[in-house]
Structure formats: C-alpha cells, structure tokens
Design a binder for this molecule. Structure first.
Ligand code: KG4
Ligand code: ZN
Length: 350
C-alpha cells in the first residue's frame, strides 16, 4: 500500500474498451487526473470504429497516456494503492491492451487489481461527479455501444437492470443516421448541433411498441424510418459528404425530427421506470447524456415530478478512466479483487 489512507486510496484507472485510450488517478473520489486520448480522427474516415485499427492505436498510446495521468496527478507507480481496469464489454483486442497493461503494473508492484465493468463505470460516473445520490435512483446509461436502465435501490445494492436495448444503442442510432446523410463521425454531437436549426414536427417517426409491455429499448425502427424518408426525398449522401457543413433544410428537419423522437422515447422509458420504482432521483450517463435536448427534457420531467436529476459533465460522460477508477475504489473498499487470470470479456453484461 502507498502512503494514502485506506479510506482514501490512490487508484490508477485504465480504459481501452473502444476508441478512447484513457488513464486517470483518483485519491478517494477526488480526480487528480483524467487523460483521454481519443481515436476519433483515426476512425472518422471510415464513419465508425475499425477494431483492428483501434487496438493498434491503444497499444501505441497506452504507456504515454498512463505516464501523463501519473505526472499530472504528481504521483508515481510506487504511490498507488491499486489498479482498476475495464475488462468488458467492448472490443476484445482493445480490452486486452488495457487488461494486460493493468496486470503487468499490478503484478510488478504487488498492487491489488480491480476488474471493472465498463457500464458500471458509466453508471457510477454520476456518483463521482456529484457525491451521494438519493436512493432509489433510476439510471439511464446511453452510449455508442449500450443503452439500458438500471435501478439502484440503495447505495449498498448492486445495480439492477430494468431494461436494455434489443438492437442498436442510442448513440449508434445517432451515428448511423448522421452517416447516411453524409455527416461527420461521431454523429451524436453533430445532430445535437444541427437539430435546433430544423423543424422537429416535419417528419413523423413513431416509437416502437413492445408487445410484452417491457421497458426495453429499440432504435432500429427510428433508423430505418429515417433512412426511408431520406431515400424518398433524395437526402442520402455518400460518406463523408464533401459539402458536409451545409446540409439542406430538409436534412435539418429530418435530424430535428429524429432527435426529438429518440429523446421523447428515452425520456418516456426513463420516467416510466422511475415512477414504477418509486425513484427519488434520475441519472444520465454515457456519451448520449451529453445531448442537450435529452438533458433539458429529463430535467423538466424530473422537476414536474419532484425528483432530483443528475447528469455528468462531458469528460466524465464520454469514455474515460476516472469512472473506472471510481468503481475500482468501491471494490477495493469492499474487499473485492481480481486475480491474475483476469481476462477480457467482450460480451460482459451489467
Ligand atoms: O460513452 P461513449 O463515449 O462511448 C461508448 O461507450 O460508446 O459514447 C459515444 C456515443 C457516440 O455514439 C456519440 O455519437 C454519442 O455518444 N454522443 C451523443 C452526443 N455526444 C456523444 N449523442 C447525442 N448527442 C450528443 N451530444
Ligand atoms: Zn462507454
């Protein structure tokens, strides 16, 4: 153990599940550094993450990202009380880079190794930013790879999954719709920026109906309806469109309608789940939590119901290692440890 007291452990977090190489240092819940090397520029020409390219770039970046995180925090490996790493879900070649690096550091320094579920990291990013959240809370985790609702009954209980997506993730739907219109990758922030310049009532995109009454999500219907409309109106463009900074008014109307329908669906599911669980708080995490309309609509609905609402700032909403260290901190304090046999689990669920 380093010099830090056990209740305020000094932890290194490592994240490499998709297209961000990230490392962070936490002392207790205080973020001493949060370094994110994004591969967006690497994948943008393809309009999506190319797994082989991603893992190669993680390999190139991981040492320098970890060194930078330690330097910014003003600590060395010898000061650490543990190493937390994402071991799933994600791309196997990418996860392995982080897992092997974390294992080497932990083994070489005799430190506890903490294996973290990436989705639990997103979920707990809210706690990391805001401290304790009133219980029970209903948590929407919405990113490029996953979308789900999780109930946290009380602080000591593990998250319970209430709903998941049956096809695409919310962020993936944003990315695919943007791509079919020739707009840059990742599509979510682009749609967020362009939607206010369009008419959200222009195109009707109906939410899916689940015949079994579950609160599960589905986004492929929104995507297909948007594609049909775009094809019928001649709005599709090859990716990346050369004139991508000047989408037509009709394209803006489609983007506004798409965003408003997807957000209405997310908000409806989140609030229904919160009502059913008697939640006192609703929380947003994952990259899609950056969406301005989603934040505004959830805040309005939460206020109407007298619920507390929490979302995360951008550097904690997108993939980052501070959230991974936060889950590692919780594991360390409750005595949980991973063994040297920790392996990447691409299909890990929460
Ligand atoms: O959490 P994240 O960084 O990585 C994953 O774990 O997937 O999420 C990335 C996703 C992308 O699909 C991106 O388009 C979406 O989050 N995203 C947004 C916004 N910012 C990022 N979606 C909608 N509106 C945004 N402002
Ligand atoms: Zn993520």
């Amino acid at each position: 153990m380093g010099a830090a007291s056990v209740s305020q452990p000094l932890l290194l977090g490592i994240e490499s599940s998709c297209d961000e190489t990230a490392a962070a240092v936490l002392r207790g819940r205080a973020i001493l550094s949060n370094v994110i090397a994004s591969q967006t520029a690497v994948h943008a020409p393809n309009g999506g993450v190319v797994p082989e390219l991603a893992s190669r770039h993680h390999l190139e970046q991981i040492d320098v990202v970890i060194d930078t995180a330690l330097a910014q925090a003003g600590v060395g490996l010898g000061d650490l009380d543990g190493v937390a790493v994402t071991y799933g879900p994600g791309l196997v070649g990418c996860l392995l880079v982080g897992v092997q690096t974390a294992k080497a550091i932990a083994w070489g320094r005799g430190l506890p190794l903490l294996g973290v579920n990436h989705l639990e990291g997103h979920l707990r990013s809210v706690w990391l930013e805001h401290g304790d959240i009133p219980s029970p809370s209903m948590n929407l985790v919405a990113s490029g790879g996953h979308t789900g609702l999780y109930l946290i009954e009380d602080e000591e209980c593990p998250p319970r999954r209430i709903a998941r997506t049956r096809d695409d993730a919310a962020g993936e739907a944003f990315d695919k719709v943007a791509k079919m219109l020739g707009l840059p990758y990742p599509g979510g922030p682009v749609v967020d920026r362009l939607a206010p310049t369009g008419d959200a009532r222009a195109v009707r995109l109906s939410p899916p109906k689940m015949s079994d009454g579950s609160l599960d999500f589905s986004f492929s219907g929104f995507k297909t309806a948007a594609l049909r409309h775009a094809q019928a109106r001649g709005l599709t463009r090859p990716y990346p469109a050369p004139d991508r900074d000047a989408p037509s008014q009709e394209t803006r109307d489609l983007l506004a309608s798409f965003q408003s329908s997807v957000v209405a669906f997310l908000v409806d599911r989140l609030m229904t789940a919160a009502d059913e669980a008697g939640a006192r708080a609703v929380c947003l995490s994952g990259g899609v939590a950056c969406n301005s309309l989603l934040r505004r609509r959830v805040a309005e609905e939460a206020e109407r119901r007298g619920l507390a609402m929490f979302s995360v700032r951008r550097d904690l909403a997108v993939d980052n290692a501070a959230m991974i260290a936060e889950v590692g901190r919780r594991q360390l304090l409750s005595g949980r440890r991973a063994g040297v046999d920790l392996n990447a689990q691409p299909g890990l669920e929460l």
